[in-house]
Design a protein around this ligand. Structure first.
Ligand code: GUN
Length: 297
C-alpha cells in the first residue's frame, strides 16, 4: 500500500510557485491575493489564516479582510468591487460558506473572472467544461488531480467514481478527470447521497474520490481490492482520548480501508495541503495572465 503524501507534493508545487514568483519579480510584478472572511466560524478562520500565512512565506502580497457576521450584502459587494479595481490584487477569494443572509452566488458573480482564483464564477465553470486552459479550476479538485499524476496513477481509461456532487469539489473533479489529456481521459461516475446501491457503484472504481463531507463514511465494503482512494474530507470529530478533545478525520474510515488499497491519501497531510498550494499556483497564474493582458491592451 502506497501512502500518497500531500505534504510532499504540495512542497513541490510551492517550489514551482517560488520559481515563477522570482521570474515575475524580475519583471517588476508581485502576485497579490485578497482573502475575505465574513463571520467567525472557527474552521473558516483557521483556513483563512493558513492561506494568508502561506502567501507571506512565498513572498506574495497578501491582504486579509476579516469582516463581522453582521456585514451586509451591499458592504461585501462594495469590497469585492474595490478588490476588482485594485491593480495590486490578482486573486480574490471569499471564504465559503458565508452567513445565511449573504447571497453567495451574487457575490461570486461580482468577482472579476480574471481574479477568480477559486474558479467558482460561472465564466470559469464554463471554461472548465469547455477545456479552456486560461480558466481557473477550483483548488481542491486541481490538487487531487495533481496528487494522482505525481503518484504515477494513470487516469486514462480508468473507472473513477467521484463520491459527492458539490460545486467546490465533486462537479469540477468529474469535469477535470473526463477532460482530454494527461490527468484526464477517465470514465467518470458521480455518486452521491441519493445513489441507489452506493457500495456497488463505488466498488467499481479503480480510483475513488471521497468528497461527501461525512466523517469516515467510506468503509471497507465501498472499496475494491487494489483501488486508489483520495480522501477529500476534513471533519473535526470529538475525541475525548486526545488532549484537545477533538481530532480531524477524513470521509474515509482509514484503518479499515487502507489495507485494501493500492494507494491512499491520509487526513491530515493529504488533500488539505494541496488545496492551499493550488491556490498559490492559481494566484501566480492570475498575475501572469493579467500582466499579459495589460501588455496586449
Ligand atoms: N470553503 C471550503 N473550501 C473552499 C475553497 O476552496 N474556497 C473558498 N472560497 N471557500 C471554501
Amino acid at each position: 500500500m502506497q501512502l500518497i503524501s500531500g505534504t510532499a507534493v504540495a512542497e513541490k508545487v510551492l517550489e514551482e510557485c517560488r520559481r515563477d514568483i522570482a521570474a515575475l519579480a524580475a519583471a517588476g510584478m508581485k502576485p497579490g491575493l485578497a482573502v475575505v472572511l465574513v463571520g467567525d466560524d472557527p474552521a473558516s478562520r483557521a483556513y483563512v489564516r493558513s492561506k494568508d500565512k502561506k502567501c507571506r512565506d512565498l513572498g506574495l502580497h497578501s491582504v486579509k479582510h476579516e469582516l463581522p457576521a453582521t456585514t451586509s450584502q451591499a458592504e461585501l459587494l462594495a469590497l469585492v468591487h474595490e478588490l476588482n479595481a485594485d491593480p495590486a490584487i490578482h486573486g480574490i477569494l471569499v471564504q465559503s460558506p458565508p452567513p445565511p443572509h449573504i447571497d453567495e452566488a451574487a457575490i461570486v458573480r461580482a468577482i472579476d473572472p480574471a481574479k477568480d482564483v477559486d474558479g467558482f464564477h460561472p465564466v470559469n465553470v464554463a471554461k472548465l467544461a469547455l477545456e479552456d486552459p486560461a480558466g481557473f479550476v477550483p483548488c481542491t479538485p486541481l490538487g487531487c488531480q495533481r496528487l494522482l499524476m505525481d503518484a504515477g496513477i494513470e487516469t486514462r481509461g480508468a473507472e473513477v467514481v467521484v463520491l459527492g456532487r458539490s460545486m467546490i469539489v465533486g462537479k469540477p473533479m468529474a469535469l477535470l478527470l473526463m477532460a482530454k489529456g494527461p490527468g484526464g481521459d477517465a470514465t467518470v461516475t458521480v455518486a452521491h447521497s441519493r445513489t441507489r446501491d452506493l457500495a456497488a457503484v463505488t466498488r467499481r472504481a479503480d480510483i475513488l474520490i471521497a468528497a461527501i463531507g461525512r466523517p469516515e463514511f467510506v468503509r471497507a465494503e465501498h472499496v475494491r481490492e487494489g483501488a486508489v482512494v483520495i480522501d477529500v474530507g476534513i471533519n473535526r470529530v470529538p475525541a475525548p482520548e486526545t488532549a484537545k478533545g477533538s481530532k480531524l478525520v477524513g470521509d474515509v474510515a482509514f484503518a479499515e480501508v487502507a489495507p485494501k488499497c493500492r494507494a491512499i491519501t491520509p487526513v491530515p497531510g493529504g488533500v488539505g495541503p494541496m488545496t492551499i498550494a493550488m491556490l498559490m499556483a492559481n494566484t501566480v497564474k492570475a498575475c501572469r495572465q493579467l500582466q499579459a493582458g495589460a501588455v496586449l491592451e
